[in-house]
Ligand binder design. Structure first.
Ligand SMILES: CC1CCN(C(=N)N)CC1
Ligand SMILES: CC1CCN(C(=N)N)CC1
Length: 322
């Protein structure tokens, strides 16, 4: 089998993308996240006050995995925890009949306030799943053997609805060749390395190692590269109050690229103007990964590409231009 689900920007800045998923008998809107490996949802186990504005999973006690729990926290300090059920999950017509569904009993304010997001669907390696006493599989791992091809493809778009394809490559979603590189899955994520970066027409050799991450809004790279980029943006500055580099909203932003597998993967300058700030300037889509030791190729990087995540005998990542 194969199937496709839409990926709809949650707001006008593409802060995150939401996809409809049937969990049990409810349809929820989940943030597909290639940076984590838990499928967790807002649920009827939570206080009613936490559910206002959300769709949520009506748990069926008969389906509970007794004694199983989960607890997750994300880089931005948000997090959630709860109990585990085995229930039907359908994504774009692809069905997992007994998927581990992590039903929240408690959720941090960042999620409760984000009334559009009813939970996350992790698409990293199942080795990062947080369920105890036995780690559970991601949705992709659960359905892998029933897929026509062992892959999913990410088609996030700039200020428009894209899609996640499971089990097939959609030729109508990209132009030119697909360029494949081996994925480094040793840390549980979809890891890639670049051998150079470019700012405008100038290229610099450098090793940029990072993870592909649909669950992160921006593109986080090493500080020297960030500084070199904004040196080319008139009026840009590091603004600690806003938490990153900002610039006049009228600024012309150079294209940025990472060379992966010998091919320049270009991020158009336009995509690097993420959003206006409360201070009257604009917030950059490229920011520093300060000190986490690797880069995070989030939505700002992904939204100009069609990215195939293939879990064959050797995991691979394929890049093509949208
Ligand atoms: C390395 C971090 C990247 C952001 N995260 C995520 N998308 N779930 C958490 C892990
Ligand atoms: C990977 C996740 C990080 C935390 N998120 C959030 N606060 N809304 C969602 C995505």
């Amino acid at each position: 089998t194969n199937g496709s689900a839409p990926a709809v920007p949650s707001d006008q800045y593409d802060s995150l993308y939401l996809s409809p998923v049937t969990v049990g008998s409810s349809t929820l809107h989940l943030d597909f996240d290639t940076g984590s490996s838990d499928l967790w949802v807002f649920s009827s186990l939570q206080a009613q006050s936490s559910l206002v504005g959300h769709d949520y999973y009506m748990v069926d006690p008969a389906k509970e995995k007794q004694g199983y729990t989960w607890k997750i926290s994300y880089g931005d300090g948000s997090g959630a925890s709860g109990k585990v059920y085995a229930d039907k999950v359908v994504v774009g017509g692809v069905t997992a009949t007994a998927q581990a569904v992590e039903a929240a009993t408690a959720v941090s304010a960042q999620f409760t306030q984000d009334v559009d997001t009813d939970g996350l669907l992790g698409l990293a390696m199942s080795t990062l799943n947080t369920v105890k006493p036995q780690q559970q599989k991601t949705f992709f791992d659960t359905v892998l053997k029933q897929l026509a091809q062992p892959l999913f493809a990410v088609d996030l778009k700039y200020h428009a609805a894209g899609s996640y394809d499971f089990g097939f490559i959609d030729k109508s979603k990209y132009t030119g060749a697909i360029n494949y590189v081996n994925a480094d899955t040793s840390k549980g994520w979809w890891g890639v390395s670049a051998t150079a970066y470019s700012i405008g027409n100038a290229s610099t050799s450098a090793t940029v190692s990072g993870i592909l991450d649909t669950g992160t809004t921006l593109l986080y790279v090493d500080t020297p590269i960030v500084k070199a980029y904004y040196a080319k943006v008139k009026g840009s500055k590091m603004d600690n109050t806003q938490g990153g580099y900002v610039f006049p909203c009228s600024a012309t932003l150079p294209d940025f690229s990472l060379t992966i597998g010998g091919v320049k993967q270009i991020v158009p300058g336009k995509h690097i103007n993420y959003s206006p700030t409360s201070a009257g300037n604009c917030f950059g889509g490229i920011q520093t990964n300060d000190g986490i030791g690797f880069s995070i190729l989030g939505d700002i990087f992904l939204k100009s590409k069609y990215v195939i995540h293939e879990m064959g005998s050797t995991p691979r990542i394929g890049f093509a231009q949208q």
